[in-house]
Design a protein. Structure first.
Lengths: 113, 116
């Protein structure tokens, strides 16, 4: 069975500081990996995705993620956080048909001024 | 492109009544739509997979007679919560996948259901 673990439930960073959100997955085949962001009371917005190829993936809003197969990880990074980045972030893994999307528990990001 | 809408965005109903939530793909055809449930401060849990023209596939533990799903067209899926009770109060989110597409689901904005 596939699973996703986001070890950090809450993270607080200062505005302008760098950010890394951790994601570890368990999947039997080649994973399709995603990072979504959710603002309070809103749906999910896709930040970036990894299907194949270059293991460093660039996304929207200045985010990037690196797929490391040996560590079963897909950590999300941003070099300089903005106050508007405060939200809930979800890592997810799916199959190549777009089905069976499994989400991690989420990481709530708070940004200090 | 790839916009998914939900209606209503929020609904309050009395216990025992039924509530219908619509999920529409606005600018693409979606053979498959998905319904998720999200409790406060928790992650999304897949409830069911809805395929156009066929019966939905429900995840283990989800009552199919309580959560009726209809996917009558390539752009519309509906979730009806029948005989709603306070424990059904939650945030319901749908997503849609391109017909013939691979990998990515596009999410709607969600519907907040409160059952009194």
């Amino acid at each position: 069975a596939q699973s996703v673990t986001q070890p950090d439930i809450h993270i607080t960073v200062s505005e302008g500081a760098s950010l890394e959100l951790r994601c570890n997955y368990s999947y039997g085949a080649t994973p399709y990996l995603f990072w979504y962001v959710q603002s309070p009371g809103q749906g999910l917005q896709l930040l970036l995705k990894y299907f194949s190829g270059d293991t460093l993936v660039q996304g929207i809003k200045g985010f990037e993620a690196e797929f490391k197969r040996s560590q079963s990880s897909f950590n999300l990074r941003k070099p300089s956080v903005h106050w508007s980045d405060a939200a809930e972030y979800f890592c997810a893994v799916g199959d190549n048909a777009g089905n069976m999307l499994t989400f991690g528990g989420g990481t709530r990001l708070m940004v200090k001024p | 492109g790839a916009v998914v809408s939900q209606h209503p965005s929020w609904v309050i109903c009395k216990s025992g009544t039924s509530v219908k939530i619509e999920c529409r793909s606005l600018d693409f055809q979606a053979t498959t739509m998905f319904w998720y449930r999200q409790f406060p401060k928790q992650s999304l849990m897949l409830m069911a997979t809805s395929n156009e023209g066929s019966k939905a596939t429900y995840e283990q533990g989800v009552e199919k007679d309580k959560f009726l799903i209809n996917h009558a067209s390539l752009t519309l899926s509906t979730l009806t919560v029948t005989s709603a009770h306070p424990e059904d109060s939650s945030f319901y989110i749908c997503s849609a996948r391109f017909s013939g597409g691979a990998g990515e689901q596009f999410f709607g904005p969600g519907t907040r259901l409160t059952v009194l």
